[in-house]
Design a binder for this molecule. Sequence first.
Ligand code: SRM
Ligand code: SF4
Length: 576
Amino acid sequence: MSTDKKLHKNESIKTESNFLRGNLEAEIDDPLTGGISDDSIQLIKFHGSYLQDDRDVRSERRKKKLEKAFSFMLRLRIPGGKVTAKQWLDLDKIADTYANGTLRITTRQTFQFHGIIKSVMKPTMQAINETLLDTIAACGDVNRNVMCYANPHASEVHAEVEKLAKDISEHLLPKTGAWHEIWLEDELVADSKQEEEPIYGKTYLPRKFKTVIAVPPSNDVDIFAHDLGFIAIVDEKTEKITGYNVTVGGGMGMTHGREDTYPRTADILGFCKPNQAVEVAEKVVLVQKEFGNRSDRAQARLKYTIEHNGGIEWFRSEVQKLLKFKLGEEKPYEFTTMGDEYGWVKGTDGKHHLTLYIQSGRVKDTGKYKLKTALQEIAKIHDGTFIMTANQNLIIAEISDENKPAIEKLVNEYQLFKSLHHTGLRLNSISCVALPTCGLALAESERYLPDLITELEEVMKANSLRDDAITIRMTGCPNGCGRPYLGEIGFVGKGPNSYNVYLGAAFNGTRLNKLYRESVPGDNIVPLLKPIITDYANNRLKGEHFGDFTIRAGYVNAADQGPGFHEDIKYKSYLN
Ligand code: SRM
Ligand code: SF4
């Protein structure tokens, strides 16, 4: 561990928290304020929650000298993103009873609830626990929700990667009893001082840590964006997973104006057998725990640990020192897409699956489009499961032959099939939450991208590109929650109604994009992109994707793995 610099204050908060307890319970029970202390704000993240406030009313309340309109966001841990129909109904009810009445599918295959006030945090957690789910380690400096390839049509392979996602999640889960004690009011651990965190120790990790599993040719989980990834190598003849290429050091977050922060695509560490994957995950975590930067949180993710200590060769040798077996050579693989496969598919196990597009992952009723009610009605008769995807979409999964007609009837009645007929642009879009709940948002995202796409759709249609798939991603700040630096078109909030526009990522998620124009006002985005889209329609090569075209046509330079992200920018100011 680097000891020469002063440790970040979060390190002492963790160390002194008695394994994530701190003063959290007393502060949750305190009726005098809707908030909690700064230390508890850090600790509650490990319990899957963030203190937020309604930013739409912030200045009005400040003027009235009122406390901020505090509420909590709660994120579930659902490795592999699958819930039963019964759990769906329970979660839907929790959203109505305790939260803002919506379920939010995140970019990491789980749900968030927004708008939970402090006085109902315990009942909410208890209700979640009754559904046999939890929120442990959904946020915080630990391994977060583990994602895996979502499409269950290759049933056996899907079942295997889903199991691995669960195994890794369980293995890397904090072992403290704090969550159960605080939220479920379980008996206190007799002497919590004797508790141990065998993997993490008292200081947990230097920063958040994210793990995913992909099954080529689909890169639906955006494998190169994460700290740790497993690319399943499937034998063509037997259709069995023979092992995994392990990826390390991907990440999206950066800070405007800090060139030492950048998105980075992951490296390949090596190859492991299926029964070695959990051990590899543990050792990668241990190396990050030892070498990650604990002074500067903006430099603490695994991507910087690798960059600052000698690159992937150094990292490989550190992981290898801890492993009892030798990592193999990378095996060949190819990704062709990172989107979801919409519509009906039949699995190799004979079950049916319907993938629906969910705009920005928000499950709610809007006007005549009663998505939330429809899914509720479907869940009431569904004998299968629901699977969230890494693209904020939803699969009504594992439907039996007998039940398919009834589900189809509801799908038609509530016009859910409409979501499948959206344009290629919309079907490949992601937007992060941003305003009004996200405390870090500099600009709108979820409330803006859908309308911006409507305008861009006109340009696409005028150029006969209605159904062409272009990945388009927006975030309200540079933290990258919608993985915008892997979008062929990326918008990153710079200030109110102002976005940096990025172009040139690869359609299969293997290459980052590059800054095209800085601080573009919302109204100027369509005029900015219109000539480029038209040029693409007229001059693209056969099968050429938009991101590749913008590089070939000279709009942006091709990005490298990440450290040079801020270099070779052709244009910067919007006025250029
Ligand atoms: Fe994120 C912080 C929402 C996926 C990178 N993210 C936040 C917070 C908690 C804001 C905060 O710290 O106060 C946001 C809460 C907004 C709200 O009101 O709900 C937030 N992140 C989200 C979600 C809900 C976006 C969405 O629209 O779906 C995603 C929840 C994922 C989950 O279920 O676990 C979400 N966040 C991501 C991703 C994408 C991914 O992991 O696939 C990234 C980029 C990948 C990465 O981690 O490098 C991401 N979020 C960040 C960062 C920057 C981290 C960094 O390395 O610099 C922050 C800020 C931070 O950690 O300091 C952040
Ligand atoms: Fe908030 Fe920024 Fe993440 Fe969007 S990218 S949810 S604005 S932290």
